[in-house]
Design a protein around this ligand. Structure first.
Ligand code: CA
Length: 335
């Protein structure tokens, strides 16, 4: 049994706002707790969807879109159950940091978690043992955070299960972002994604922008995407608002088939982006340069695309360190 307590009744009809109470004894609060906001909206018969934001505390489209949804959506409009957690790693969201300031952990690398672990591990354990078993679908909203910026996209993994792959691709397109990315992760161990997918359940994520803030464009995509996913799975009695109906190009399907999509810095310095988000590049094209800060007369080091495709991600702060991912090049995907 999880050590996390909540007065929420997941089987009750109607809308409930509440908290998950996570024991957190510390110097400033002997019997203290972290109180994680949660809203559950249930009505009629239909699937259960778990919607999370704020897994990383410096990504804001998720927390904003899900707070708006929790505040405005009422139970009579719903067929099924919607579990909304706008700030999954609340301590990180409070601090505006990717990792939790309590235990230094990355929420999306600690799954399945541990009931007797630190705060971040206990949250993961609650999802693994209580919420994911209830859910048919999980939508986890990410952005690039303070150090990356993305071409706004919905994201999924290449899946072994052909039926689940097809269903997830349909959801990827229903979200309605400019791009839909079938991602090869650099490191997928401990991710919420893996925890949900390994149970044969449908998992969809996003990368909606970044740089430690939102834009009007990325919020429009997030707000519409969240409702589109609810409509797509029949939780709302409304039509998916297609990109075509808005006069927009269809979602461009892209993928990163292997590690050659990633361009990684091999030295420290100032990063000069040569290709911007959404730009098409050929294999061998210069996508960026790293300029030495220390040494006069040293030429900038050029970084080249290792495959042809579209720039979907770039490093944001001007300074880069050896090992930083500076650019991701994705290529068109045909299912
Ligand atoms: Ca993220």
């Amino acid at each position: 049994m999880s050590r996390i307590f909540t007065p929420i009744d997941y089987e009750a009809n109607g809308k409930q706002h509440g908290y998950l109470t996570i024991p957190h004894s510390r110097n400033t609060s002997a019997w203290g707790a972290v109180r994680l906001p949660i809203t559950v909206i249930k009505n009629g018969n239909g699937p259960t969807i778990l919607m999370t934001g704020g897994s990383h505390g410096d990504e804001y489209e998720g927390p904003i879109a899900l707070s708006k949804l929790a505040n405005t959506l009422d139970a009579p409009a719903v067929q099924g159950r919607i579990i909304i957690m706008p700030a999954l790693n609340l301590p990180a969201v409070r601090a505006g940091t990717r990792l939790s300031p309590i235990d230094g952990l990355n929420m999306n690398r600690v799954f399945p978690g541990s009931r007797s672990g630190t705060v971040t591990a206990m949250i993961a354990d609650y999802l693994s043992t209580v919420l994911i078993p209830m859910a048919d679908v999980v939508l986890d909203i990410h952005s690039g955070g303070k150090t990356l910026n993305f071409l706004p996209c919905s994201v999924m993994h290449q899946l072994e299960d052909a039926v689940l792959m097809e269903k997830t691709l349909a959801a990827l397109e229903a979200f309605g972002a400019p791009a839909g990315l079938v991602l090869q992760e650099l490191d997928s161990e401990g991710m919420l994604d893996t925890e949900v997918e390994s149970r044969g359940k449908l998992f969809l994520s996003t990368e909606l922008g970044g740089g430690g803030t939102v834009t009007a464009e990325t919020m429009t995509i997030a707000d519409r995407g969240v409702r589109n996913i609810l409509a797509h799975f029949g939780l709302l009695d409304e039509k998916v608002v297609s990109r075509a109906s808005l006069g927009q190009n269809p979602t461009q399907l892209l993928h990163t088939p292997d590690g050659t999509s990633y361009v990684v810095a091999e030295e420290n310095g100032i990063y000069e982006a040569v290709a911007d988000l959404g730009q098409e590049v050929r294999e061998g094209d210069v996508v960026g340069r790293i300029h030495s800060i220390e040494y006069p007369g040293r030429a900038a080091i050029e970084y080249r695309a290792r495959r042809s495709g579209i720039i979907v991600c770039r490093h944001v702060p001007g300074l880069v360190e050896s090992g930083d991912c500076v650019t991701v090049v994705a290529e068109p995907y045909r299912p």
